[in-house]
Design a protein around this ligand. Sequence first.
Ligand SMILES: O=C(O)C(=O)C[C@]1(C(=O)O)C=C[C@@H](O)C=C1
Length: 170
Amino acid sequence: TGETTALTNVIALVAERLSLATPVAQYKWINHKPITDAPREKQVLADVVARASSQGVDPDFARLFFGDQIEASKIVQERLFAQWHASGAPTQAAPDLSADIRPHLDRLDATLIQALARVTPVRHADDCQSQLAESLANWRQLTKFDSSESDALMRALNHVCESGGVPAQG
Ligand SMILES: O=C(O)C(=O)C[C@]1(C(=O)O)C=C[C@@H](O)C=C1
């Protein structure tokens, strides 16, 4: 259905955003930066809230959704830091955070707002969570998503449905 297509589009973009947590973590590890950058988080949230209002997306939803994206990114980054502490640092060079990765995140966030506008009807539907689970199952079949990042992905999808996140077994 059109609704599951809209949901699958959000899932794919969320996974793409999450995949950028790896180069972000590499950059921070190599440059001895902390994972959390509170001013940057504020800026990301202010940008998406402003954009949401002009695109017909509920600004409160946008704030919740992108808060989840930031938390999900930190789940991945913290796991990588723990791995690197335990068994050695990555060897490949990271792209530059402010020149490369953040502009990429900004473009993805703009695309995500458009995708959120399209899920607004299904977000309020009684069966939103089961549709989300179905879309996720379909999407997983089409991709080779690293299942070790499942917890981060579930965190990222936590407020897509007004009624809650992906049901267990999703
Ligand atoms: O830009 C960064 O430094 C990131 O780690 C990405 C991100 C985000 O998801 O937008 C996540 C955590 C940081 O606190 C700030 C922003």
